[in-house]
Design a protein around this ligand. Structure first.
Ligand code: CP
Length: 314
């Protein structure tokens, strides 16, 4: 199979074969991370705009690292120090960046659909680095790569995702990827963060507001970041969230003994996750980060140099 997408806007529209292809392409770049000399010249002369209208540590630096390791240059926009602070619109901002002739634009934005809006109007490939509460496709792919590497397969797994499902673009991208491999996905969190309609986005998705039953038998446990500003009295004080949902060693023990513990970051230790769990042998948190560079190298390579252009994904 070949890669025929012009953009990567989400995982929803990706088929199982396309995801498998992207993971295999990413594996080719995993080996490079282990070499003493990590720099290739594959994309020498190409440039990538990293337009981050929202804060980021992992995704922004991971795309920058991926581009550098392929020999591409990066042009960085950080909203807080850009002319968006003077009132410039998203479209004028990205058209200005496009006028500097980059080969691809990576965009993170607080508005769901912003990368799609941009992709329809620019003449270069667009990669969604997280849009509002919609999708975070490269996180979905790096999570899949991590699961596949650690467990040797992705088919038919029992996966539990815990936290603020309602606002999680990571959960959505992971659900779209994992459901295509026949995984059974349990979404767990406070009722106010468990929208009933989310079970319709993919097959084999169920809601379970109680953590203990949600964890029993799970082969993969994903803990989501909780935004502290959403934990407010009287609806859900932080100490109540900790009591009911913090991932502790005792709770993780309800899952399979070899269950993977994943978190997209940034982690709030002591809130959604006990430090003993974050640092346990079951934790894949740092492997997720390492795999993110390989996934983003594969995408930059495919979208700027290694693949014919075609339709948008997602
Ligand atoms: N996982 C993730 O998107 O982290 P950042 O917000 O640090 O990019």
């Amino acid at each position: 199979m070949s890669f025929t997408f012009r953009h990567l806007l989400g995982t929803e529209a990706l088929t199982r074969d396309e995801i498998t292809f992207l993971l295999n392409q990413s594996r080719a770049f995993q080996g490079i991370q282990k070499q003493p000399l990590k720099k290739l010249a594959t994309l020498r002369g190409k440039s990538a705009v990293l337009a981050f209208f929202e804060t980021s540590t992992r995704t922004r630096i991971s795309f920058g690292t991926a581009a550098a390791r392929l020999g591409a240059d990066t042009m960085n926009l950080q909203a807080e120090s850009s002319s968006t602070q003077k009132g410039e619109s998203l479209m004028d901002t990205v058209r200005t960046l496009e006028a500097m002739k980059p080969d691809v634009i990576v965009i993170r934005h607080a508005a769901s659909g912003a990368p799609h809006f941009v992709a329809e109007r620019l003449g270069i490939p667009v990669i969604n680095a997280g849009d509002g509460v919609h999708e975070h496709p490269t996180q979905g792919l790096l999570d899949a790569l991590t699961i596949s590497d650690r467990l040797g397969r992705m088919d038919g797994l029992d996966v539990t995702i815990v936290g603020d499902i309602l606002h999680s673009r990571v959960a959505r991208s992971d659900i779209h990827v994992l459901s295509k491999f026949g995984c059974r996905i349990t979404l767990c969190g406070p009722a106010m963060w468990l929208p009933p309609e989310i079970v319709q986005i993919a097959p084999n998705v169920r809601l379970e507001p109680r953590l203990d039953p949600a964890l029993r038998g799970a082969q993969v446990v994903m803990v989501l970041r909780v935004q502290t500003e959403r934990l407010q009295e009287p609806a859900l004080p932080a100490d109540e969230y900790i009591r009911l949902y913090q991932m502790t060693p005792e709770r993780l023990a309800l899952a399979r003994p070899d269950a993977l513990l994943m978190h997209p970051g940034p982690m709030i230790r002591g809130l959604e996750i006990d430090p003993a769990v974050a640092d346990s042998p079951q934790s894949c948190v740092l492997e997720q980060v390492t795999n993110g560079v390989a996934v983003r190298m594969a995408l930059l390579y495919l979208l700027t140099g290694g693949a014919p252009s075609g339709a948008a994904a997602g």
